[in-house]
Design a protein around this ligand. Structure first.
Ligand code: NAP
Length: 279
């Protein structure tokens, strides 16, 4: 790896659209904190622009994050894929080495690190988890629980075809449930995670019927804008412990730094407040 005393350290994020991304602010905060002179560029590109980055410009960068809609497309450009990126089926972090590009997924470990920071005493073997959603984020969350040998993982998704393809990936390790059973089954679970984009700013709210929950239920929403979705507000009103998507957002970014620079920034209250203030 090159020295990070260099003056032209370049990182960035590829996606479309990127108008609401908080990644530059997060990475610039850490550049300052770690006294590194670097830039984190927003690469908002169409398909042609994506190709151009990889064919012409990629070796300018030490590392790139990848977001919607390119987390799958970039498999075509990398030379090596990490185990978690292969299982999750998505690359959100590319490390640029002299001779090769390595595609990784830091969402799975980022989710788990955020969860453990929220509650380090979790008893994974007796956990009965409901994952709502079957997209890339849901896959990362499921993979992170499987790595911990979590008790029972149930997955539910609006569209049955996407749920069926997720079931194939995780084989006999998860239980899939019909979308219509969502509210009737809620009493079974002690941890519920919304991995859908419902509840994000500009989207419809996501609601659950919390009247029959078990005591001690925790509810996590991967959405971080707004900081408290209707789902989290309702859950809190019913006595649940709640967590938004900020710890995962920061942890996956910190894990990208570990891969690119061999530095793992701490997720402090200061950076959490800094990011929350940007929303
Ligand atoms: P994705 O691959 O596009 O998947 C979207 C998921 O949301 C699908 O399961 C989809 O169901 C479901 N969905 C969308 N609209 C819905 C609706 N109106 N009702 C019910 N289900 C609906 O997206 P993703 O990458 O998994 O991201 C999902 C969410 O996680 C986003 O809000 C994203 O911002 C968040 N996220 C947060 C972090 C973080 O660091 N905090 C990291 C990654 C993702 P169908 O299959 O039926 O369409």
């Amino acid at each position: 790896m090159n020295s990070i005393n260099e003056t032209n350290l370049k990182l960035g994020i590829i996606g479309y659209p990127l108008s609401h991304t908080l990644s530059p602010q997060i990475h610039e905060y850490w550049f300052k904190l770690h006294r590194i002179s670097g830039t984190y560029e927003i690469l908002e590109v169409d398909d042609v622009g994506l190709d151009r980055i990889f064919c012409d410009n990629i070796h300018q960068y030490r590392g790139l994050n990848v977001t919607i809609p390119y987390k799958v497309r970039v498999f075509d450009y990398v030379d090596e894929v990490s185990d978690s990126a292969r299982v999750v089926g998505a690359i959100n972090c590319i490390t640029v080495e002299d001779k090769k590009l390595i595609g990784s997924n830091t969402d799975a470990d980022g989710f788990m690190n955020g969860l453990l920071a929220f509650n380090g005493d979790l008893d994974f073997t007796n956990m009965n988890v409901l994952v709502i959603g079957a997209g890339g984020a849901a896959r990362a969350v499921i993979h992170s629980f499987l790595m911990k040998s979590t008790g029972q993982i149930t997955v539910i998704n609006r569209s049955s075809d996407r749920l069926a393809s997720l079931e194939k990936v995780f084989n006999n390790q998860i239980h899939c449930m019909d979308w219509k059973k969502l509210n009737d089954s809620i009493s079974q679970f002690n941890l519920i995670i919304n991995c859908t984009s419902q509840g994000m700013k500009g989207e419809n709210d996501f609601s659950l019927d919390f009247t029959s929950i078990q005591k001690g239920l925790s509810v996590i929403d991967l959405v971080y804008n707004p900081l408290e979705t209707k789902l989290l507000i309702d859950a809190k009103r019913h006595g649940c412990k709640i967590l938004n998507g900020i710890p995962m957002l920061l942890s996956q970014a910190a894990l990208s730094w570990k891969l690119w620079l061999d530095i793992k920034p701490d997720i402090t209250d200061d950076i959490i407040r800094f990011v929350e203030d940007k929303i």
